[in-house]
Design a protein around this ligand. Structure first.
Ligand code: HEC
Ligand code: HEC
Length: 327
């Protein structure tokens, strides 16, 4: 126990040292490099015709009205299939060191092709998805405008979706205002919660602008995590025993909106998640009052949500392949 406390303290100290000052930095507003590509990517993000059923879009599971997630323990996909793992938020996902709980996609572009062809999610093929898009003159024209090519390819689709996702950052949270010097932006309890968050070592893993997303860490560092979920984390990729239950540390930005928590979605409330983290990652049992303060701090991490006009999608043409919701 003493050694573990020491390790956590060293981790916390090194995370703090990496930046002069606070272990968490404000989120910078996004600079849009290619607005036309972002607009196209937004349409694709909302278009359910990239799924076999014609019913499931990226937004079905990463609902931008609900913090970029589905607020379900695990996601529902094609044929009402219950997925194996909780859907992480897409908000601020461009800041992740890699994508997915186990980091198996190196970036947003590499990630974006996955769900379209995943039988349990959108259940389509890349060829069919692209043929659906190429059957609509308005889409073809938009792809031509952005990519200077006559026909769309899956490579262009994933480029555009990734460009849109890069805009999904949430600056201007109350916590960021406080970091930037507005000392009235946080209440006394919220400030006390942040101090407790830092002093007890949460920032060893939850640091940087996204308050997470920067490393893979073992779930159940001090005491084992009890779950029926089969996910093994990074070990599922490497086969290494040392990587068992190692997951990408989730971002805590907008965490008030992204319930339920953990890769298995088993923590329904933030209080429960904070209590579990204290005991399992730090060997520390917080009093209900302490949990309340940390939760109060975590709620100040909710930033300005993406704010845009809902895209209107081009109508299908007579040549567009028919959706197969029951096929
Ligand atoms: C059926 C629900 C479902 C659909 C549809 C879906 N996703 Fe996901 N998404 C998930 C789940 C579940 C995960 C986590 C999977 C894992 O880590 O193994 C995930 C992970 C991600 C991640 C990684 C986030 C992180 O922090 O690691 C991104 C980014 C993402 N999805 C974007 C998309 C995009 C873009 C689309 C549309 C092309 C899409 N998703 C469609 C459920 C879905
Ligand atoms: C040793 C690294 C480590 C430390 C220390 C740590 N966490 Fe975590 N945290 C993680 C990992 C890994 C996960 C994902 C676990 C999972 O899903 O199974 C996580 C998940 C969470 C979640 C759920 C987020 C979500 O979207 O599912 C919250 C909330 C959280 N941590 C808060 C805290 C607090 C508060 C502290 C301090 C009391 C803390 N963490 C300390 C690594 C850490």
């Amino acid at each position: 126990m003493q050694l573990r406390t020491l390790i956590v303290a060293i981790l916390a100290a090194s995370a703090t040292l990496a930046w002069s000052g606070e272990p968490i930095q404000p989120i910078a507003a996004v600079k849009v490099k290619n607005p036309a590509m972002v607009e196209l990517g937004k349409k694709l993000y909302f278009d359910p015709r990239l799924s076999k059923s014609g019913f499931i879009s990226c937004n079905s599971c990463h609902n931008l009205s609900m913090g970029g997630t589905d607020n379900l323990k695990t996601s529902i996909g094609d044929h009402w299939n219950q997925g194996p793992i909780n859907a992480p938020t897409v908000l601020n996902s461009s800041m992740n060191l890699a994508q997915f709980w186990d980091g198996r996609a190196k970036d947003l572009k590499a990630q974006a092709g996955g769900p379209i062809a995943n039988p349990g999610e959108m259940a389509f093929t890349h060829e069919l998805a692209v043929s659906v898009l190429n059957s609509m003159p308005a889409y073809k024209a938009e792809f031509k405008k952005v990519f200077k090519k006559d026909t769309a390819t899956i490579d262009m689709v994933t480029d555009a979706i990734a460009a849109f996702e890069e805009t999904l950052v949430t600056p201007n949270s109350r916590f960021d205002k406080w970091l930037k010097g507005d000392k009235k932006a946080l209440s006394k309890d919220e400030q006390a919660g942040y101090k407790l968050f830092k002093d007890s070592g949460c920032t060893a893993c939850h640091y940087g602008p996204a308050v997470g997303g920067s490393s893979f860490q073992k779930m159940g560092l001090v005491a084992a995590y009890d779950t029926k979920n089969k996910a093994q984390g990074v070990a599922g990729l490497t086969g290494q025993d040392a990587d068992r239950m190692k997951f990408k540390v989730p971002t805590l930005r907008n965490v008030e909106m992204t319930y339920p928590y953990f890769h298995d979605g088993e923590a329904a409330t933030l209080e429960q998640a904070v209590d579990t983290m204290g005991r399992l990652q730090l060997g520390r049992t917080f009093s209900p009052e302490e949990v309340g303060k940390i939760v109060a701090f975590l709620k100040t991490l909710t930033g300005k949500q993406p704010d845009f006009k809902l895209p209107i999608l081009p109508p299908s043409s007579n040549d567009t392949p028919q959706p197969k919701p029951f096929g």
